[in-house]
Design a protein around this ligand. Structure first.
Ligand code: CU
Length: 371
């Protein structure tokens, strides 16, 4: 029985390790706001179209191309208790590990232990056994309850190690570099490989919370507590090198749909990589208790085609590495660019980021990918 208990615990820990327990929705999407406002748009605002309008570039927050938000991906769904649909390779691998391996194994073990307990309670109850058995050893049973859990753990360990490896895989050279900086209580971002321009991203307040002239959240921006005034724009099909750090206390940059959660620690650079496979708007939150407004520093990522990404970078005053082209996509994408050689990433990063050396040697050791 001890062996079985330990396997239940081990399986439970493994589940926590993969981040399976983080799936609780942070905030229910609210789509009741009816009057979209575009006061903060830097260009002339057109008439507000329907919520799903994906065609009007003026509508987008902070110059990001407008994109209809699919409420079933990239954000919590009311009543949903499993992982969000994953849009990165590692994410899909992790979701498979959780759904196809961990959950069935945990369920079977739990039911088996429950059945054994029931059997013991009924069959070996005092009334039925006035004279207690003096049996103390059973070699076959002891070998079995040691050996079988070991085999189960080995079976779980192999895919688990592969997943761990995938989570810490360094980004290739042509990766787009995104530096996320935690602040009490908002995120700022730099694109060191794209001329080093930066953006600041604040949570959008509700219509009844804003001051005069301030922009309020609308349904187009995303769910309450998750929508921001400036989205992080990233290309699909191109590896992204995420670097996190912080200006004050420990924060954590998390997008559940990417299977990414990386601590942002003052005086330190953490690094990981991912490749987004699907265009869309993805939401996350700061996932490290960081003070009074910890719950109000959401993260919004808009994944677009490399061509649109290049346009956005130019609009922000940044540059694309090489001949004004996006970094070479590693997967088939609808990219219309990618003609130049993406060789200037390192140089541009060196210009824009004084701490290039630490970046190169950034330790992923503190990355709490599943914490
Ligand atoms: Cu924080």
């Amino acid at each position: 029985m001890i062996g079985m208990k330990s396997i239940v615990m081990a399986a439970g820990l493994a589940m926590i390790g993969t981040g399976a327990v983080q799936a609780a929705p942070q905030a229910a999407p609210v789509v009741t706001v009816t009057k979209p406002e575009v006061a903060a748009a830097p260009v002339a605002a057109p008439a507000a179209p329907a919520v799903t309008a994906a065609t009007d570039p003026m509508l987008a927050v902070d110059g990001a191309p407008a994109m209809a938000i699919d409420p079933t991906i990239g954000q919590p769904v009311p009543g949903h208790i499993s992982l969000q649909p994953q849009v990165t390779k590692t994410g899909r691998q992790a979701a498979w590990f959780h759904n196809a391996l961990l959950m069935p194994v945990i369920t079977v073990i739990s039911l088996f232990v429950l059945a054994l307990l029931g059997l013991v309670i009924v069959r070996f109850r005092r009334a039925k056994n006035p004279v207690a058995s003096r049996t103390s050893h059973n070699t076959i049973l002891e070998v079995a309850w040691t050996g079988i859990p070991v085999l189960i753990l080995l079976g779980l360990a192999l895919p688990s190690i592969g997943l761990l490896q995938a989570q810490y895989k360094p980004a290739p050279k042509n990766a787009v570099v995104l530096k996320a900086i935690g602040n009490q209580w908002y995120w700022s971002y730099e694109y060191p490989g794209n001329g080093g321009f930066s953006i600041t991203s604040n949570m959008l307040k509700e219509a009844n919370e804003v001051g005069k002239g301030e922009r309020a959240r609308t349904a187009i921006d995303g769910p309450r507590l998750l929508a921001t005034d400036a989205r992080v724009v990233l290309p699909v099909g191109v590896p992204v090198r995420l670097i996190t750090t912080s200006n004050d206390v420990i924060h954590s940059w998390e997008i559940p749909a990417f299977w990414i959660k990386l601590d942002a620690i003052p005086g330190r650079l953490n690094e990981t990589s991912f490749t987004i496979e699907k265009e869309g708007v993805y939401f996350g939150v700061c996932s490290e208790l960081c003070g009074a407004r910890h719950g109000y520093m959401p993260i919004t990522v808009q994944a677009v085609s490399p061509a649109v990404f290049a346009q956005w970078v130019k609009a922000k005053g940044g540059t694309m590495p090489g001949n004004g082209a996006a970094a070479a996509p590693v997967a088939a994408t609808p990219a219309a660019v990618a003609t130049g050689e993406p060789t200037a990433v390192g140089n541009a990063a060196a210009e824009a980021l004084p701490a290039e050396a630490p970046v190169a040697g950034a330790s992923p050791a503190n990355a709490s990918a599943g914490n």
